[in-house]
Design a protein around this ligand. Structure first.
Ligand SMILES: C[S@@+](CC[C@H](N)C(=O)[O-])C[C@H]1O[C@@H](n2cnc3c(N)ncnc32)[C@H](O)[C@@H]1O
Length: 266
């Protein structure tokens, strides 16, 4: 792994460690279990993702590329980066992204990510490190783009995380958040809920040997705000021109916002 002293500044050397999961009701003592949960499911995390989304997750991740800031030398921060799939997709396909930093609280997830990129030609562009999305160890206005895929519903304080995204972005910078949502169509929604509640936890649990973890993760999909409700949260953090792009019947949604209203291509 090529570690670089990057633009991301010297504040990165002692990153604040873990806080937990998004659900407010989750008590302090169980938060630790949630982050451990990602360590536990890390060996099969990628496999479960690709298998149980029928590979559609790769398509969802590619959608972010269309909304990246234009220009050269875009510095990108990927929060809750996990094993780095979102970040890798972007660096491989978007020439304007020169340097990318991925932060996550789960060391096991990060280690898996590092192993994936270590021998790749783009390895020198990527740094994966331990870090908290609700207390980002970067200076103000450090990056042109912040991405976060399937991570926001796992943080303890969603508003704080969005405020942090705003803080570290340069003026005209963009935040892009990809997260699960629920389809509006009642029939598709019903089918999807059946899959979420009954099929996915069993299959994912069988593959990862951790049914509880996937049951928990699926429950958070149902309780997390999406569509306009989540756009409002992004706006509350200070972002302009916030838009949501439902993907695959609304099973996932991509949210994009700007730090200041810039350009016309959002
Ligand atoms: C569902 S995974 C998503 C991983 C990756 N972004 C992807 O698209 O596959 C959620 C990740 O959020 C991380 N996480 C949870 N709370 C976090 C926080 N406060 N700061 C950073 N990462 C966090 C977990 O460790 C886990 O790796």
């Amino acid at each position: 792994m090529h570690y670089k002293t990057l633009f991301f500044s010297n504040r990165i050397d002692s990153v604040g460690f873990l806080s937990g999961v998004f659900v407010n009701q989750v008590a302090e003592e169980s938060r630790e279990k949630v982050w451990k949960m990602f360590d536990q499911i890390s060996p099969k995390y990628d496999l479960v993702n690709h298998l149980l989304s029928f590979g559609i997750d790769k398509y969802w991740r590619r959608q972010l590329i269309h909304h990246l800031p234009k220009g050269e030398d875009v510095r990108l921060l990927d929060l809750a980066t996990g094993t780095g799939d979102q970040l890798i997709t972007i660096v491989k396909n978007a020439k304007q992204v020169n340097t990318a930093l991925g932060l996550d609280m789960s060391l096991e997830m990060i280690r898996r990510g590092q192993r994936k990129i270590i021998d790749k030609p783009y390895a020198h562009q990527i740094t994966l490190m331990e870090g908290d999305a609700t207390a980002i160890n970067l200076l103000e206005e450090s990056v042109e783009c912040v991405t976060m895929s399937f991570g926001i519903r796992n943080v303890t304080d969603v508003d704080k995380c969005l405020e942090e995204c705003f803080r570290v972005l340069t003026p005209c910078g963009r935040v892009m958040i990809l997260e699960f949502s629920l389809p509006r169509n009642r029939i598709i929604r019903g089918l999807h809920l059946f899959y979420l509640r009954h099929v996915l936890p069993n299959l994912a649990g069988w593959i990862s040997r951790n049914r509880k973890a996937y049951q928990y993760l699926n429950n958070t999909v149902e309780s997390f705000p999406y569509g306009e409700a989540f756009c409002d949260k992004i706006k509350k953090a200070g972002f302009y021109r916030v838009k949501s792009y439902p993907l695959t019947f609304g099973i996932a949604t991509l949210y994009v916002g700007e730090k200041l209203p810039c350009g016309t291509d959002l």
